[in-house]
Design a protein around this ligand. Structure first.
Ligand SMILES: [Fe+2]
Ligand SMILES: [Fe+2]
Length: 206
């Protein structure tokens, strides 16, 4: 019998394959920019990584396609790594955001991370068909679809990714010692305790 795909497993795989990106100050800076509705670019990137992985697992199971999951997740995490607020004028912007931000994101990603040709394909071509060149890899197509699905959900306020966002943010805060382990009762512990996570980093799961 096929194993169930759970939110926990998706979150765990996204985190294990994209950990260096997720935990970096550079990627964390995407939290300061809004993407759709009330969703930050960082949250959007996590959501797209999660759905890209979900689609990949189904594609592999149904058609036997071999997906490079590591490139898939890393490319998804960096697909909107353009690093400016696209709602406001910015000297980092070039022309119309929708058309130009994939190239800017790719330049930033190459500068800040060690990324593969597949990851570059994902980032550069995720806006197809708005940008005319289509992805050249399965991974690129998966992120292209996941990006549109997440944009739709975020625009209409549908919660589809709060679990992975919560787990990643919790892990980030734990690693920086901002949530004291084993010291319940303090204000900042309450969110942790009410969510059933008590104590160790391993319990955090991602
Ligand atoms: Fe984008
Ligand atoms: Fe996006």
């Amino acid at each position: 019998m096929a194993k169930a795909i759970t939110e926990y497993k998706l979150a765990k795989e996204v985190f294990s394959l994209g950990r260096d990106i997720i935990m970096s100050d550079e990627a964390q800076s995407m939290k300061t920019f809004t993407q759709h509705g009330t969703t930050s670019v960082f949250e959007h990137a996590l959501a797209v990584a999660k759905f890209s992985l979900l689609f990949a697992i189904n594609l592999e199971a149904m058609f036997g396609v071999k997906v490079d999951r590591e490139s898939l997740i890393r490319g998804a995490l960096l697909h909107d790594y353009f690093l400016y607020d696209w709602h406001k004028p910015s000297d980092k912007r070039r022309g119309l955001h929708g058309f130009t931000h994939p190239a800017i994101a790719c330049e930033n990603a190459v500068r800040d991370f060690n990324i593969s040709p597949i990851e570059q394909d994902i980032i550069k071509h995720h806006m197809f068909p708005l940008t005319v060149i289509f992805p050249h890899s399965w991974e690129g197509w998966l992120v292209c679809f996941a990006d549109k699905w997440c944009a739709l959900c975020e625009t209409f306020g549908m919660d589809v990714s709060s679990y992975i966002i919560y787990r990643v943010n919790l892990h980030y805060e734990l690693l920086r010692g901002r949530i004291p382990l084993g010291a319940p009762g303090k204000k900042e512990d309450k969110a942790v305790i009410t969510d059933g996570v008590k104590g160790t980093e391993e319990d955090c799961g991602v």
